[in-house]
Design a binder for this molecule. Structure first.
Ligand code: ADP
Ligand code: MG
Length: 426
């Protein structure tokens, strides 16, 4: 019960209005610990409510302490713009009974409104490390920060943010409460907790295995047939709201073009797209205006979309942890969801690693009636791809490298597999 965690009636009211009936395990464990003033390491898999686990006690602590002029008192670092925006929304929802001001600071949009908000004064800064560093010198005064949160710490490290995080944390007062949340507790995470936290309490929930409400299946397929198989699967209308993971941005664009040319409403989410495009893509998917969202791991990290019916790993994730993160998007809050993974012979090692983590075999499925044979209409001329079939020809289709494209940016045929890369290069 939320009412036993030490939250005030105002905060409980917001929790109730948010529709939360009972706290998740990480919330039950973390909220009283944070209210007691301890540093905390919170480990729980994606989708388990880590945001509210720190937002609720922060609201409580911030409203109980006097303001110190205009200076911000809490700083939350998150790896991506989407996550910063999501934490910001959680504050809006959960702090509606309180007068707390916030600003989300991230790149890809104009600095000016962010600078203006900092100048007016805010209680809480929610930031990605890069943009905060840009604003730190002149605009963001961190000397009054009493609460620091490193959210999705594992992904921030994966993204190479450690030097920036260190610079930011070095600018904070020593006398502060620091909270770190992560889906995994790796050696690197342990090492940074030693540097940035003081006698932290560790709250670790469950195992890093994917949610049990999700049905997992592997679809063995040749690399060259993946797009066709995806189209085939999408003929099934049960796949209502589908998140497709691609290993690369380029691959994500290619998948999206193929789906759109087949008349399937699709949006893409990756870091080559502008902030406006990313926001629009996510909104379109959340509001079910598009059926498919094609994303890369980094862009989709932690995004929270209700009602994803299926996650499709178009490219199998090399690390089991990434699988867990991806699949955390579906089957949330015990709605059942399906996780479909395309696997090629190259993925076998990764599949075995995942099966070891899940401690069971994952079912292999074939799609009845699907032609798994690789087509034989291939013309191989090194450096050129075959002409596209009419169904693939779209405004973006190219059969030759664009004049002036630096050679290093062209896909280079792999020596062992020149036939396939020649077919799939654009
Ligand atoms: P995590 O950070 O662990 O990946 P989030 O904080 O993004 O997870 O929460 C996932 C979803 O669960 C969000 O939509 C959030 O609103 C919802 N949620 C959080 N806490 C509760 C709760 N106690 N009851 C119901 N839903 C919750
Ligand atoms: Mg989170």
């Amino acid at each position: 019960m939320f009412s036993t965690l030490g939250l005030s009636p105002e905060t409980l009211h917001s929790v109730h209005r948010a529709g939360y009936q009972k706290p998740t395990p990480i919330q039950s464990a973390a909220i009283p610990t944070i209210l007691d003033g301890h540093d905390l390491i919170g480990i729980a898999q994606t989708g388990t409510g880590k945001t509210a686990a720190f937002v609720l006690p922060l609201i409580e602590r911030l409203t109980k302490m006097p303001r110190n002029g205009k200076a911000p008192r809490a700083l939350i670092l998150a790896p991506t713009r989407e996550l910063a925006a999501q934490i910001d929304e959680a504050f809006i929802t959960l702090a509606r009974q309180h007068h707390l001001t916030r600003i989300a600071i991230f790149g890809g949009v104009s600095e000016q409104p962010q600078i203006a908000a900092l100048r007016r004064g805010v209680d809480v800064i929610i930031a990605t490390p890069g943009r905060l560093i840009d604003l730190m010198a002149r605009h963001a005064d961190l000397r009054s920060i009493k609460y620091a949160v490193l959210d999705e710490a594992d992904r921030m490290l994966d993204m190479g943010f450690l030097p920036q995080i260190r610079r930011i944390v070095d600018a904070l007062p020593k006398d502060r409460q620091t909270l770190l949340f992560s889906a995994t507790l790796s050696k690197e995470i342990e090492s940074i907790t030693k540097q940035f936290l003081r006698s932290p309490k560790l709250v670790e929930i469950g195992h890093r295995t994917p949610t049990s409400t999700v049905e997992h299946a592997l679809y063995p397929v040749a690399k060259a047939k993946k797009l066709d198989l995806l189209l085939q699967l999408l003929r099934d209308s049960k796949l209502e709201s589908v998140l497709v993971f691609s290993r690369t941005k380029h691959g994500a664009d290619k998948i999206a073009r193929k789906l759109m040319s087949a008349g399937i409403t699709t949006a893409t989410l990756h870091s080559n797209r502008s902030q406006n495009q990313r926001t629009a893509a996510l909104a379109a998917f959340k509001q079910s205006r598009v059926r498919v969202l094609v994303a890369t791991d980094i862009a989709a990290r932690g995004i929270d979309v209700a009602d994803i019916s299926h996650v499709i790993n178009f490219d199998f994730p090399p690390q089991p942890d990434d699988y867990v993160h991806r699949i955390g998007r579906t089957g949330r809050a015990s709605a059942t969801g399906d996780a479909i993974s395309f696997v090629t012979p190259d993925d076998e090692d990764s599949v075995r690693a995942l099966e070891r983590l899940m401690k069971r075999k994952i079912e292999r499925r074939t799609v009845p009636g699907f032609d798994y044979r690789e087509s034989t209409i291939v013309s191989v001329r090194t450096g050129f791809s075959r002409s596209p079939r009419p169904s693939e020809a779209g405004p973006h289709t190219r059969t030759m490298p664009r004049p002036g494209t630096p050679a290093s940016r062209r896909p280079s045929p792999k020596p062992t597999d020149s036939r396939k890369s020649a077919r799939w290069s654009r």
